[in-house]
Design a protein around this ligand. Structure first.
Ligand SMILES: Nc1nc(=O)c2c([nH]1)NC[C@@H]1CN(c3ccc(C(=O)N[C@@H](CCC(=O)O)C(=O)O)cc3)CN21
Ligand SMILES: CC(C)C(=O)C(=O)O
Length: 349
């Protein structure tokens, strides 16, 4: 308990110092243009130029994630389902982008993740891959794609890497799938494991319920995590388990743990894009914190657009439309025998 508090304290310090550093960086950026005023443009005239863009982010690797765990810098994982969300995760410093099978619910409108097929997943993986640069790209193996046996698992995972262009796969399950995880890792397919609440089994679990609340069930999750690490998983997601259990599992593993509803004692955190942005209208789990209010912006934007079209204020002829060369419309009307036709753009209100 005491060790845990020290751990949290040193972690807080790291975050604070990074935040300070970033602040200084921003302040410098706002005055930096002055330094470029001596530069000339192609005509040889001095021109204030934009400051050099920040250097491209270094590629996140399995080794760099392990280094983050070692130095107790929390790992940031965010789901993405398409090109723009993948770009945002890449540009804004996310460590691992996950094409989660939550895709089924938040993007495709299915009632649970069990409806998602491998082909549907691959379609979204390809889009996310096109928008991903620095983050490590991981995707969920959909329900059913790794159940029939090791051969099926390998075949589906190869498709995820080859057709989906992801770098690693995530599999929901405990020690019972360790053999399948081993089959993948032994041939160099990186695996992120996922224990605790397994949404793909929500029916068997009688709903989305917190797991590992008793000594016995907590121990079973711990031993699953250890077996999956032994099978070569490079990281393990801990979903909806008590914080103390998650912190203990983290202390027993060499690989980083990524928590969702598993408290602050994990090596990193993952949340679903739509939960973070506040665009998910469905059930909000206790572990969700909304960091953005995109839903309100979406409502404002859609309503404003529709009303501007209806009241004729959009589009404006001059600003948002194209003109014709002088006399050309008259010529056209002449050719069409429609010289009487006239049109004048609506007056601006
Ligand atoms: N928008 C979204 N966010 C997610 O995190 C998410 C999805 N969708 N879809 C796939 C799975 C499903 N997940 C879920 C869904 C619901 C709960 C949930 O409601 N949990 C209860 C626990 C109640 C208890 O046992 O005490 C909660 O109220 O937090 C948890 C995880 C996580 N994943
Ligand atoms: C929430 C994360 C861990 C996930 O599995 C998903 O997005 O489906």
């Amino acid at each position: 308990m005491h060790a845990q508090m020290l751990f949290s304290t040193s972690r807080t310090r790291v975050i604070v110092s990074i935040a300070r550093f970033q602040n200084i960086g921003q302040r410098c950026m706002s005055v930096r243009p002055l330094k470029y005023e001596h530069l000339t443009n192609t005509l040889g005239e001095p021109s204030p130029q934009k400051p050099a863009p920040p250097p491209p982010r270094k590629k996140v690797t399995i080794a760099s994630l392990h280094a983050l765990r070692q130095e107790r810098t929390p790992i940031t994982v965010l789901t993405a389902y398409d090109y723009p969300t993948a770009r945002a995760a890449s540009i804004h410093g996310i460590d691992v982008t996950l094409v989660g099978d939550s895709l089924a619910q938040v993007c495709l409108g299915y009632s649970s993740t069990t409806s998602l097929t491998l082909d549907e997943m691959l379609h979204h993986c390809r889009a996310v891959a096109r928008g991903t640069s620095a983050p490590l790209l991981v995707a969920d193996m959909p329900f059913g794609s790794f159940y029939a046996g090791k051969e099926d698992t390998v075949r589906a995972a190869v498709r995820m890497l080859q057709e989906g262009n992801v770098e690693a796969v995530k599999l929901e399950g405990g020690s019972e799938i360790a053999g399948r995880v081993q089959a993948l890792t032994s041939i160099g397919i990186p695996v992120m494991a996922h224990v605790g609440l397994l949404p793909q089994r929500h029916t068997a679990l009688s709903g989305y319920r917190v797991q590992g609340r008793t000594a016995q069930s907590g121990r079973s999750i711990l031993h699953s995590a250890l077996a999956l690490e032994e099978a070569g998983a490079f990281s393990i997601v801990l979903e909806a388990i008590p914080s103390s259990l998650a912190a203990y599992i983290t202390s027993r593993l060499k690989v980083p743990t990524i928590g969702i509803g598993a408290g602050p004692g994990c090596s990193g955190q993952v949340l679903v894009w739509d939960d973070v942005m506040g665009t998910w209208a469905g059930h909000k789990a206790k572990f969700v914190r909304r960091f953005g209010d995109v839903k309100s912006e979406v409502e404002r934007g859609v309503k404003a657009y529709a009303s501007a079209v209806r009241d004729g204020s959009f589009p404006q002829h001059e600003k948002e439309g194209y003109g014709m060369d002088d006399g050309e419309i008259e010529k056209l009307l002449e050719m069409e025998g429609d010289r009487e036709w006239t049109w004048s753009p609506p007056k601006l209100m």
